[in-house]
Design a protein around this ligand. Structure first.
Ligand SMILES: CC(C)(COP(=O)(O)OP(=O)(O)OC[C@H]1O[C@@H](n2cnc3c(N)ncnc32)[C@H](O)[C@@H]1OP(=O)(O)O)[C@@H](O)C(=O)NCCC(=O)NCCS
Length: 161
């Protein structure tokens, strides 16, 4: 498994951030249907202080994975977690999730919430493995016939470290 370096696009200079965002947008386009693809444009970098975009590399210039969350007081809404297809099933998703959990706990966040498509088995398995619990099931949440599941991880209830 590559040695992951996880950073935040807000710690980059504008041009570097835009390069990472355009790489993310390319992976996003291949992974999600158009109506669910997140807008990874320049606005995200400049205007949304509560939104965090994390990306992982192995020290090179190509991204390996990324994640997006929004903090609303004690709750973080995890919008995206994605590993570039050729790097999947090597423990990278798990490493990224554990980084996010640690970081949010340090920032004083009490819980992480997310919505996942019932049909996305790898993602659901990853979240369950990280301790998330299914709290709500909403038929046709994403589109007709596509069920959404709300999952929550209580950070207070976890052991630190
Ligand atoms: C979901 C995703 C992030 C997992 O990343 P990953 O790096 O492949 O995951 P890991 O290798 O760290 O796997 C960790 C655990 O997740 C589960 N998992 C991951 N891929 C799986 C698969 N294809 N089938 C079943 N379980 C899977 C397993 O429990 C796995 O542990 P194990 O390998 O010990 O069995 C990746 O498949 C992905 O990017 N999918 C497309 C985007 C997506 O659906 N994102 C979620 C919605 S925003």
């Amino acid at each position: 498994m590559p040695n992951l370096i996880i950073s935040d696009i807000h710690s980059l200079k504008r041009n570097e951030a835009l390069d990472i965002l355009s790489q993310i947008a390319r992976v996003e386009k291949k992974t999600f249907p158009t109506n669910e693809a997140f807008g990874f444009g320049e606005d995200l970098w400049r205007k949304k202080p509560n939104t965090r975009v994390l990306y992982a590399t192995d020290g090179g210039s190509e991204i390996i994975a990324y994640a997006v969350y929004v903090r609303q007081k004690g709750v973080a809404l995890l919008h995206k977690v994605c590993v570039v297809p050729t790097y999947r099933r090597q423990g990278i998703g798990l490493q990224l999730m554990s980084y996010i959990q640690q970081r949010l706990r340090k920032e004083g966040c009490q819980s992480i919430q997310l919505w996942v498509d019932q049909a996305r088995e790898p993602a659901r398995a990853l979240y369950v493995r990280c301790g998330f619990e299914e709290r709500e099931v909403i038929p046709d949440y994403y589109a007709p016939g596509r069920t959404g599941i709300r999952m929550v991880l209580d950070l207070d209830g976890e052991h630190a470290g």
